[in-house]
Ligand binder design. Sequence first.
Ligand code: SF4
Length: 349
Amino acid sequence: MNPGDATPVLAPLSPGPAAAEPLVRVRGLCKYFPIRAKGILGKVVATVRAVDDLHFDLHPGETLGLVGESGSGKTTAARCILRALSPTAGEVLFRTPSGATVDLAALPERALKPLRPHLQMIFQDPYSSLNPRMTVGEIVGEPLVIHRLGTRTEQEARVVDILRKVGLKAEHRTRYPHAFSGGQRQRIGIARALIMRPSFVVADEAVSALDVSVQAQVLNLLKDLQEEFKLTYLFVAHNLDVVRHFCDRVAVLYAGRMVELAPAAEIFSDPKHPYTRALLSAVPWPDPDVRLKFDVPGEIADPSRLPSGCAFHPRCPSCFGPCKTHRPKLQRLVDSSRQVACHLHFPPD
Ligand code: SF4
């Protein structure tokens, strides 16, 4: 972008859809990876069902935690929702700031490009996600250049503004990433994600690589920025203690499927699904009386050879008759906003 180019598009974006309407609706989202035999023909010999039939809504201004063991499909699901990966099936209905609804899963890349500013990601490893040969100013301002937003002067002003908002200084923009600590580098990554004023941000293990004391600072920053910019977060994490304090609702994934979805306070005080109870029992609670004694043997199910019925049944201490043959559906509990996929709560007909 050259100085003097007249593109006055750096005014704040519109506040987005009405609060009552979901910002994102995920319907039947699937991501399958074929496994091919070696050889020229490369016949498909198996399919990895990394994400299998997810349904949930994200409301403006909320933080939804996506949790599960490694291999549960949470990162793949988040990438499909942002269209960093193309889903195999399903819809990701996103309400744009103008109020229109678009299916991100079905859009061709050229139609996605103008929507990219509204959909951003904060990565786990701030160092590998920052180009070491670019200055902080270039890294943070690059999305403005790519999308040709504003004059060079306006872009620089916007970079300085967002650096200050994430707790960095204007003079930091001339330095390179290696000159910063891990926490500062994550602030640079956050500044880059937010400079386009997105409405929806996926934070993929955004504090996992940081020291505990720095984690708290970055989480507080993310909360403050959420309020200021009216952000909606999908927060992918394995640290349930962080999720408990940071998220409004929590979705639990097992082998690519959602097994429980509930307000964070309820899921942590009264988990309904046996797998959720197992996950919570692994958290080092500060109060030993709160810790649930629940041990689950075995490994997470292989997504290329999922067990019949409930995918959790080989590990579940509550497994009974229909669990081995009938796949439980995610259903809403009576008089509750909670949803659970388990025959203990919804016996099959
Ligand atoms: Fe356990 Fe059956 Fe519920 Fe699956 S459906 S979690 S096997 S009780």
